[in-house]
Design a protein around this ligand. Structure first.
Ligand SMILES: CC(C)(COP(=O)(O)OP(=O)(O)OC[C@H]1O[C@@H](n2cnc3c(N)ncnc32)[C@H](O)[C@@H]1OP(=O)(O)O)[C@@H](O)C(=O)NCCC(=O)NCCS
Length: 143
């Protein structure tokens, strides 16, 4: 297994069907990224996007967004998914460790994430990696 930070100039070598398959496994709905839209996603300045590859096939994705808040800078981990045929092999853990090392290197104060309680596996996974549940309310305004 190989981990790489994905950059816009690597998108032409990526199988976008595999990107979209992973997003479907994460979100449960179709997101049909094209090379153009995925390049636009990757071009965000505050994004570190890791990809996991087995035999050159993309089998995992995880994003770290750097959030410059008024009081300090933190990280937000999003979009963590491992292809269902490759789970329980340490790939998720390896992607998370890579992003956490990146966050430490950037001197971020915290790394935050959210995970719906119905995602039982993911909640076990994050707790196993040392993430502690925070007592806060999560709000969203639908636009
Ligand atoms: C959550 C997810 C990313 C984990 O990826 P993974 O590569 O299978 O995880 P790892 O093999 O690195 O597991 C690391 C540890 O997490 C825990 N864990 C992972 N899967 C688990 C499961 N099914 N049941 C219990 N614990 C589990 C274990 O402690 C495991 O360590 P161990 O194998 O030494 O016991 C993967 O299950 C996934 O893609 N789920 C669907 C998408 C999703 O829900 N993403 C999170 C959105 S918030």
């Amino acid at each position: 297994m190989q981990l790489r930070f994905l950059a816009t100039d690597q998108v032409d070598q990526l199988n976008l069907n595999q990107v979209n398959r992973l997003i479907y496994q994460l979100a449960g709905f179709e997101v049909n990224h094209t090379k153009k839209s995925f390049k636009k996603f990757l071009s965000q300045e505050n994004l570190y996007q890791v990809g996991a590859f087995v035999d050159n096939k993309l089998v995992g994705l995880a994003s770290l967004f750097v959030i410059g808040k008024i009081e300090y800078t933190t990280g937000l981990i999003e979009g963590v998914v491992v292809d269902k045929n490759h789970r329980r092999q340490g790939i998720g853990r390896a992607m998370m460790q890579t992003l956490i090392e990146k966050a430490k290197g950037l001197n971020l104060v915290f790394v935050d994430l959210t995970s719906n309680p119905t995602r039982v596996t993911a909640n076990k996974f994050y707790q196993k990696l040392g993430f502690k549940k925070r007592d806060t309310n999560v709000y969203r305004l639908k636009l």
